[in-house]
Design a protein. Structure first.
Lengths: 166, 114
């Protein structure tokens, strides 16, 4: 593993370890090592290095909130702002627990796209009216409530060893 | 209502207590009002859908009662809500009751109804 210009370059073994962790991050060093034909200590050392370099950011459990009856409204919110205030508005949004993801985007005008979650439509509206609309620089807001989820995933490095069969 | 109470109704409130006009859940028009006088002006400018949305939900009476603390105007808006008005009829009536209240509070002559 080498670091150049703040970018970490990984060798084939590092990539194989990452692929294994992406599939199941609870797999033991020994099990990963056995599958890759390397010692468990090598797996452990390489994982530690990747953690230290920030390549591996965290290990999390993905919870289906709807299954446990929490936060059953999810919406995509587009916030139009004064261009000078966009970064500040995005940072303030990012600090709010109702905001799951927040991005700035340049289309015809600078805007912020955020995924938000609330217990009900009324709570969603209260949140937007009381916590988002009053932020300095917000000029208008468009919100679309998500009715059905077809896919939700995190970025994953491509597994080139897998063949695609059509 | 005392003069002191009247001046409280006409005060400018901080932005977190302002009224923000939406057309539906989560869709903010970009118009807001920080005082009763500003609210009066916005009624004539915003999309009428916004007026229908907020009147139907009771948002206007809630803001007037809780933030401006004007019980008289709260009662007038409540009465308006019961009439199930829509479109420009709603805009005209709401504008009338709010501007009449502003004029009373500022001791100006009451406007005649059309």
């Amino acid at each position: 593993m080498r670091v150049k210009n703040n970018t970490v370059s990984l060798d084939a073994t590092d990539m194989e370890i990452l692929l294994a962790l992406q599939k199941d991050c609870r797999e033991t060093y020994a099990a990963v090592g056995k599958r890759l034909g390397i010692a468990h200590s090598t797996v452990r050392d390489r994982i530690r290095k990747m953690e230290q370099q920030g390549v591996i950011r965290n290990y999390t459990a993905t919870v289906d909130a709807e299954k446990i009856g929490l936060r059953n409204i999810t919406a995509m919110m587009t916030v139009y702002t004064d261009p000078k205030e966009a970064e500040r508005v995005a940072e303030k949004l990012a600090a709010l627990p109702e905001v799951l993801e927040a991005y700035t985007s340049l289309s015809e005008e600078l805007l912020i796209i955020a995924k938000v979650s609330a217990a009900s439509q009324e709570k969603l509206h209260e949140f937007i009216a009381n916590s988002v609309a009053p932020l300095p620089g917000v000029s208008r807001i468009r919100t679309s409530i998500i009715t059905k989820k077809f896919k939700e995933t995190q970025f994953s490095i491509p597994d080139t060893s897998e063949k695609v069969h059509l | 209502m005392t003069l002191d109470a009247d001046s409280k109704v006409l005060k400018t409130v901080p932005r977190e207590k302002a009224f923000y006009f939406f057309t539906s859940i989560g869709n903010y028009t970009g118009s807001s009002a920080s005082s009763l006088k500003e609210f009066m002006g916005r009624i004539n400018e915003v999309n009428v859908k916004s007026l229908e949305f907020h009147l139907g939900r009771g948002d206007f009476e809630k803001w007037v009662a809780e933030v401006l603390q004007d019980q008289e105007l709260t009662g007038e808006i409540k009465r308006l809500q019961k009439l199930n008005l829509t479109g420009n009829g709603l805009r005209d009536q709401l504008s009338f009751v709010v501007s009449r209240r502003v004029k009373r509070l500022t001791n100006q002559p009451t406007p005649s109804r059309y």
